[in-house]
Design a protein around this ligand. Structure first.
Ligand SMILES: [Zn+2]
Length: 222
């Protein structure tokens, strides 16, 4: 894994940057698909962890959550609006748009549900980061923001690469993976004012170009 900001690490994966997992001051953020348990546990070996948190309960973020929480004895923290889906993944499938790719991803990547120990809400502190509620891509999507050095871990509010082809570039998440695109766009616009210096996505390489990020969000319609 590599350090992308003080105390924040991006785990390695294959292909690189395709489905990202972060370690944020001892809190594991997201857990890729159900096939990722081995690669996550291998990289966490010997590290002190305190919890596992999700940006959102989708199959490519909660897939290995149950297995990792069980293996490491970690409490599971999820945005309030996604708690039910994290505990009962059938709801993830029900809430996805009726598109064959969304249903295929749901069927093939989703991991088992896991009891949530803490519902995350706007303004909560998680390992020195502030919780921002940014719904739209999922009902209870959250981002993590550290004002001191302007680090933003934003899940899938925006993608840093095309989530199917892997081609890098800022973009909105695919509409067929996003139950409420208008609400997601409103959430994205909120992030423009933060002018983050380091942006860590669920998909795509880390962005350190504040101007590019702010301009992209500014270019989105309201
Ligand atoms: Zn995703």
């Amino acid at each position: 894994m590599k350090e992308i900001a003080e105390g924040v690490y991006q785990l390695s994966g294959f292909p690189p940057n395709a489905i990202n997992v972060y370690l944020m001051n001892g809190v594991l953020v997201d857990a890729s698909t159900r096939y990722a348990t081995g690669r996550i546990l291998r990289q966490l070996k010997g590290r002190e962890l305190s919890a596992h948190a999700l940006t959102h309960a989708h199959p490519d973020h909660q897939g290995a959550s149950h297995a990792v929480c069980e293996a490491l004895g970690l409490p599971f923290w999820v945005g309030e609006g996604d708690v039910d889906a994290a505990e009962n993944p059938d709801l993830i499938g029900e809430r996805q748009p009726d598109h064959w790719l969304a249903q295929l991803f749901w069927r093939t990547m989703t991991g088992p549900g896991h009891a949530v120990d803490r519902a995350l809400r706007e303004g909560d502190d998680v390992a020195g980061f502030r919780v921002l509620e940014v719904p739209g891509h999922s009902a209870g999507h959250v981002a993590f923001w550290r004002e001191d050095d302007r680090v933003l871990i934003l899940g899938d509010v925006l993608n840093g690469a095309d989530s199917l082809t892997g081609i890098p570039g800022l973009r909105e998440p695919k509409s067929f993976f996003t139950p409420d695109p208008a609400r997601n766009r409103a959430s994205a616009r909120r992030l423009e004012d933060l002018a983050p210096k380091v942006v860590a996505f669920g998909h795509g390489p880390v962005c350190r170009n504040t101007r590019k990020f702010v301009d992209f969000v500014g270019s989105l319609g309201s």
